[in-house]
Design a protein around this ligand. Sequence first.
Ligand SMILES: Cc1cc2nc3c(=O)[nH]c(=O)nc-3n(C[C@H](O)[C@H](O)[C@H](O)COP(=O)(O)OP(=O)(O)OC[C@H]3O[C@@H](n4cnc5c(N)ncnc54)[C@H](O)[C@@H]3O)c2cc1C
Length: 385
Amino acid sequence: MPIPRTADIVVAGSGIVGLALAWRLARSGFKIVALDAGPAGGKISAATFAWINGTSKTENEAYHRLNRAGVDAYEKLARQIGAAAIGLAGNGSLHWAGPENPRLLDRMRDQGQILRRWGYAADPVDAPAMRRLAPGLAVPDGAEGLFASLDRWIAVPRLLDWLKAQLAERGAILRENCAIKAVERSPNGEIRAAITAEGVIPCKHLVIAAGTATPDIVQMATGRGGFPVEELAGLLVETPAVPVASGFDMVLWSPDEAGFHLRLTSGSGLLLGADDIDAQIRADASEASLASGRAALIERALGWMPELRKVDLGRGASHRIGRRAIPADGHSILGPLKDTPGAYVAVTHSGVTLALAIAELLAEEITTGTAPAALSPFRPERFGF
Ligand SMILES: Cc1cc2nc3c(=O)[nH]c(=O)nc-3n(C[C@H](O)[C@H](O)[C@H](O)COP(=O)(O)OP(=O)(O)OC[C@H]3O[C@@H](n4cnc5c(N)ncnc54)[C@H](O)[C@@H]3O)c2cc1C
């Protein structure tokens, strides 16, 4: 198929953030061309834990509220078309710690207080309640937990398939294996065209949602390097289907430095990760380090769910390494690039939680020319872009 001759908006990058933006902008009536350097579906978005939550964001209220908007956007869409259609699953998340960890218990209580003050459901729960909420979890007597009933997880490929189908239905064009190579601007800096190896696509707007490659495309659009996004690798282990206790579908997260986390997958297996193992493989990416990281994750899962010792949990398990795009201050960078009228950027960590909210807010800005207040703390201009 020949390269499209024109577009209102070219979206550079078709991971979860780019596809959600393309869908939302197509819904507003724009003629959209979404590009991806590889297959659509993203790089980071193909290796993510995909916990949809506002629970882990307590250090900054505006960022928590942005994430909350993401959580709410999924619930709204699920009410309209059904959770299964987009792969939305899970019935909350649970942080928990045993009585031997008073410091962690204090930290968790503080986290709960902050979340409740901000109106996010985060209830303290005791050991018997946790055993009911997460059947199969070995909770010691005296343990305390924090239950966040709004949190979910999502089967990202299912959501992406739904978004792609929506794009096709609305006449938007998705071009895979078609990287942006350069950006053409008018003498006064306005976006004129996206240039690919297959041809030039004249456009009025360029939305850059290219994950870890965002700085490269920002440089093409603005001529300026140093856009502040870093890569941070993380390891995930996925097991084949396992016989978890009936009724278990909770995201579990340890509140300590290890940050071990676990959830079901759409294939009825477990997905495992941990902050300390991520740090280990960043420091040492050798096969031996990966193998020990994998083994540690499996062992921790067995510690939490001892019933699974009946099966060989590590057998047939696979692993993947994802590379998060982390803005310099940890928070999303969303909005227009200065001195480059028509160019917008959308790069973030927690992009699974945030994709639908970012799409909604940026589409409003591009459509009306006025930025919603929720975006003001997250503008590229805070980094001079
Ligand atoms: C291990 C791990 C665990 C995570 N856990 C969570 C979690 O629990 N909850 C959560 O909310 N988030 C989580 N995240 C973060 C989340 O997955 C990401 O924020 C999100 O997937 C980013 O999506 P994206 O569309 O911005 O980037 P990507 O998915 O990387 O998509 C960007 C796309 O841009 C394309 N591209 C690059 N260069 C070009 C070019 N020149 N032209 C055209 N296209 C180009 C790439 O090919 C890619 O497909 C996790 C991430 C990792 C790595």
